[in-house]
Design a protein around this ligand. Sequence first.
Ligand code: ZN
Length: 416
Amino acid sequence: MRLTACLALGLALGCAGTAHAQSGARSPAEFPVATDAKLEQAGESVRLTMALSRPVEVAASVLAGPDRVVIDLPSINFQVQPAAARKSAGVIGAFRFGLFTADKARIIIDLAQPAIVVRAESRAVRGGFGELVIELRRATRAEFLAAVAKAPVPDRVAAAPAPANPVLANPLPGRPAGETRQTIVIDPGHGGIDPGAVVASIAEKAVVLAFGLRLKEQLEASGRYRVLMTRDDDRFVPLAERVGIARAAGADLFISIHADSLTQAQEVRGATIYTGSERATDTEAARLAAKENQADSVAGLDASEDTQDVAGILMDLAKRETRTFSSVFARNLVETLGGSVKLHKVPLRSAGFRVLSAPDVPSVLIELGYMSSPKDAELLNSVEWRVKAVAAVGAAVDGYFTNARAPIGKAAEHRP
Ligand SMILES: [Zn+2]
């Protein structure tokens, strides 16, 4: 019911799935609510405040390169427009906020200049409410680095394969016994603390979640597929964990969903299908992959933590085959999507997306369109467009599992 209402709204901002209720964890509806984010500057100091439905515990730390302040909080339901967080004032360049794991939320403040944390607390205000107050003061580079050296290292629990995700909380030992359906993992990009592209009051993370949930519904309705999601609510999932979910599930297909933005070119529009490869087909693809690969550092994780490349000649063969299957599916997508929605003028490309790195799961990343194009943004938020595009992706999946293996088998005969 709730999901339908969210989709009908077009904008799925703040709409969460029902995984929490099912897994027995607290649902976002029970989290303290944060509203009314404000930035106030006075001389060398800047204060970020948010109104809270009740006081919470607050922990602050500072990190260098990129310079930022990380505020750790218990789970919070942020009712704050993502656009509000792009404002800057004094030492604050911008800030992000969102769920970091199932029971933690995080605010990350990008520093425009070196600064130290003077105050980080939530104080009780009348009526049982709370107010979050983060006060930063401009500092010298030396003062800032001294504070970094002393600061506690922010929690990195989400980088480990911890049961932060309901899918991982119930480990999936590959395909369950007796399961004959094909397994598809849908990966709505970004989430939680990482909003992805933000244009006006619309965040990429909400657009792609709405799309992913609708695609899951459609694929499941056919009865042919077992469908899993890397996230089904507004939470942060590290890139390696997304890949891990697909591999642990023994997935036959991995579909990552994104909606990019290009601030410098509003006229660029249309959907693009990407496959993974070390060498990018063009500079725009390379630029986009670099941007998407930063998702972990956006959330305050070290991007280098999880790169564990699998080597070996068998793995190379597996990778090559996986790549061939990925391309077949990508071409199917271009064909079916091209029949019903606008495609980018170069709709099929590849680059080194970390989320497409599973050596044994054919993986494709769909950029639904450019949120920076007013026309695309309108479509991405229209239920009608979404239904059409989801149907096209569904048709590509059906085509892939019905026909794909035939041409591949022939191609394989020509291999040395
Ligand atoms: Zn994205």
